[in-house]
Ligand binder design. Structure first.
Ligand code: FAD
Length: 397
């Protein structure tokens, strides 16, 4: 099938997760002619699996001192809240705020350590210890002997954020066939999901394809920057749960021992989504071992929880980030330009806004210039990805 006439754009973006969508919306606001290409569904990569916590750095400061990670994220809760109020750089007023705060609790055995940590100057401004009446319902019991703090960290439904950003800019997003991108003589050609060929000329291309960035870089003739994948074995649980819980349990390491977020599935049933150290260490366990471990962690940490009616499943997912020499989590987002190619990984959903600002700054600093017209042909737009707990087949395993 013949290609349409070449479409000249200022910026092409590849990958419609939170990073690509935030970048698309900001570049369009700045007046650039931008097109985003998505090979699956919007949010289909890591974004739909995110727990949706807009970290303010507390998790990363569990060592008792601020690290580079915690400083990078410190302003993110305020930035996201402003967007949710419709007064920020993007309008997220249609997104779903699942919880105003994320909580951090300690078991009685760790209480003294937690007290010392929260008494530190670094943490006093960011956290608030709760008394029995202001705790989340699940911790309002007499047999809860630990401490609980509210962190200034809102929790969003990740796919509702994807929808809120994508909906107003959908005309600029094309559903393409996986593996159809070809780059020759400064022209990038693709095949849309409905079998049409398109060709683009661009001044800059931004790769926000998560795990897909490595293959895209190589198809553009680049070997750098290198990418690393860090796997997680998350756990989902539903049945017999009445409370929505958004909390980290403080463990012995820098990472929370368990991180619980909650959502409603498509039947309206409460689902708990379990991450933290449980999911980090879980990659060395079989699925059955991981489920046993999750059950026993919850029995120990929330002994009054009735698990008798619960269904459990594991969920394997890789985080894609820039490669670090030691394979550790990067401290912050990553953006790098080589020629016309800008490669970006946000590292955290929470950091997508500052990652996108960084991309915008590179483009502005280079005086990339805006096209005279922003006309684009009508084409097939991608669907939205499904949240993992709404994929019923996962529960039937
Ligand atoms: C289990 C889990 C929990 C997390 N929880 C949190 C949290 O609570 N808070 C937080 O801040 N962060 C969290 N994160 C991190 C966060 O999810 C990621 O940092 C973020 O979603 C990455 O977004 P992205 O847009 O870069 O990549 P992705 O979401 O992976 O999106 C990449 C997109 O590119 C598309 N694509 C790939 N290849 C191509 C191609 N060749 N052509 C076209 N399109 C392509 C994919 O289909 C996908 O839509 C979590 C991550 C995981 C895995």
């Amino acid at each position: 099938m013949a290609a349409s006439a070449t479409i000249a754009v200022d910026v092409l973006i590849v990958g419609g997760g939170i990073a690509g969508l935030w970048t698309l919306a900001r570049l369009k606001q700045a007046g650039y002619k931008v097109v985003l290409l998505e090979a699956d569904a919007l949010g289909a990569g890591q974004t739909r699996f995110a727990q949706g916590i807009i970290h303010g750095g507390t998790k990363y400061a569990l060592t008792g001192k601020l690290t580079a990670s915690s400083e990078a994220v410190a302003d993110m809760p305020a930035l996201w809240r402003k967007c949710y109020q419709g007064k920020g750089m993007l309008d997220l007023s249609k997104a779903t705020l699942l919880s105003e705060a994320h909580y951090l609790w300690s078991t009685s055995s760790l209480t003294s350590r937690v007290s010392g940590f929260f008494a530190s100057k670094v943490m006093r401004a960011r956290t608030n210890e709760l008394d029995k009446n202001t705790r989340p319902a699940i911790f309002q019991r007499a047999d809860f002997k630990g401490q609980i703090y509210a962190l200034d960290e809102p929790v969003f439904d990740a796919m509702s954020v994807v929808r809120a950003i994508a909906e107003p800019v959908m005309d600029s997003i094309m559903a393409i066939k996986a593996g159809s991108i070809k780059y020759e003589n400064n022209v990038l050609s693709v095949e849309s999901k409905n079998d049409k060929q398109y060709a683009f000329e661009f001044k800059k291309i931004v790769l926000t394809a998560g795990q897909g960035n490595a293959a895209l870089l190589s198809s553009l003739g680049l070997q750098q920057p290198e990418m690393q994948l860090r796997p997680l074995k998350m756990v989902m649980m539903r049945g017999g749960l009445s409370d929505m819980v958004f909390a980290h349990c403080m463990g012995a390491s820098v990472n929370p021992r368990i991180t619980i977020t909650s959502n409603h599935d498509q039947h309206g049933e409460v689902v708990w989504y379990l991450g933290g150290q449980l999911a980090e260490d879980g990659v060395r366990r079989s699925d059955a071992e991981q489920l046993e471990c999750a059950k026993s962690e919850l029995s120990e940490l929330i002994p009054w929880l009735d698990q008798s009616k619960s269904q459990w499943v594991t969920l394997d997912i890789d985080r894609a980030e820039v490669k670090k020499p030691d394979g550790q989590r990067p401290d912050t987002f990553y953006v790098e330009q080589r020629g016309k190619v800008i490669t970006a990984w946000p590292t955290k959903m929470a950091l997508s806004p500052i990652m996108a600002e960084h991309v915008l700054k590179i483009i502005e600093d280079e005086k990339t210039g805006c096209a005279d017209d922003d006309n684009l042909p009508a084409w097939l737009n991608p669907a939205y990805a499904c949240l993992p707990w709404n994929e019923e087949s996962r529960w039937l395993r």
